[in-house]
Design a protein around this ligand. Structure first.
Ligand code: ZN
Ligand code: ZN
Length: 310
């Protein structure tokens, strides 16, 4: 899958879920493609499967950006990393994989490499370059953290429980911009980073009405997340061309929380702009005509019909 000239930035929602295992919503992971680069933001459960579904070779990921170290955002990274250096058609990474993240990223990447030391040893065959088995940590702070081929990634702080450091990311290319909130309560820093952006991808969390007095959900979980109404006020301040919900927390979970439609309705009762709920494998194309959502599965099936059978 490549970006087209008419689509300067292509965003694929690989996983729109939460820590709750869900076959419909894999762990948080977003692929952003611009200027021929494949940038992966968070790598939740199943990221390698979703990358394969959209035709992105695991070894073709140019850099990974972690918003924070909650396991739902990192559980898929070991697979992207270690399957990415296997010389099969799905891997073939030739160089170290750079992983950007908050303070602690060095410890995180060292631990991961340690865990896979046996794998590297067993696969010690000539076709794998030693560099390909490495992770290269890059600690981020607020400000520009990545500049390559005209693509700029800027990190901004967010508030997520009492987590010491959590970040959202803004991606700029060719005059277009995409902002990922990461996990956060409604935070003016998200607004500052996102104001006037083309596409704002924001987390959301809602409690079923019958559970609204649950102290843990209300005072602990919701303290670090954004309600549908709070999201509406963020969107009003930002005025993105399109707002998309991801990391959709439906408390109490287990498929008995508020419906996605009810979450959208609560936001739309306050915010009059365009807002949709993200789905796994949704593609968001950002360009001069605006932002358009489509389904990767449909697009892939069209492509396969057009191509000659191999
Ligand atoms: Zn989190
Ligand atoms: Zn999370």
């Amino acid at each position: 899958m490549t970006t087209h000239d008419s689509t300067p930035i292509s965003v694929t929602l690989l996983g729109t879920g939460t820590p709750q295992p869900d076959i419909e919503r894999f762990g948080p992971a977003t692929l952003i493609q611009a200027a021929g680069l494949n940038l992966l933001f968070d790598a939740g459960r199943g990221a390698s499967l979703r990358l394969t579904q959209v035709g992105c070779r695991l070894g073709a990921i140019d850099a990974v950006f972690l918003t924070h170290f909650h396991s739902d955002h990192t559980a898929g990274l070991p697979d992207v990393y270690a399957s990415g250096y296997i010389p099969g058609p799905f891997g073939k990474r030739q160089k170290a994989l750079t992983v950007y993240g908050p303070e602690g990223i060095e410890e995180f990447t060292e631990g991961l490499m340690l865990a896979f030391r046996g794998d590297m040893r067993e696969r010690a065959i000539k076709s794998i370059s030693p560099d390909a088995t490495k992770l290269e940590p890059r600690e981020v702070a607020e400000g520009i953290v990545y500049e390559q081929a005209g693509v700029t990634v800027t990190a901004f702080g967010t508030y997520h429980h009492d987590f010491a450091r959590t970040y959202g990311y803004r991606i700029d290319y060719a005059g277009y911009s995409v902002v990922l909130s990461g996990d956060t309560a409604a935070d003016p820093r998200v607004i500052d980073a996102a104001v006037g952006c083309d596409l704002l991808i924001h987390e959301v969390a809602a409690i079923d009405g019958s559970m609204s007095d649950n102290v843990f959900f209300r005072d602990v979980v919701m303290r670090g997340h954004t309600s549908p109404e709070e999201a509406a006020h963020v969107f009003e301040a930002v005025q993105p061309k399109l707002a998309v919900f991801t990391h959709i927390v439906q408390l109490p979970g287990g498929h008995v929380g508020p419906s996605v439609q009810s979450i959208l309705d609560r936001t739309s009762a306050i915010y009059g702009g365009s807002v949709i709920a993200g789905r796994d494998l949704m593609i968001l194309e950002v360009g001069s005509e605006g932002v358009f959502a489509s389904d990767a599965k449909q697009r892939l099936s069209v492509t396969s019909e057009e191509e000659e059978p191999i």
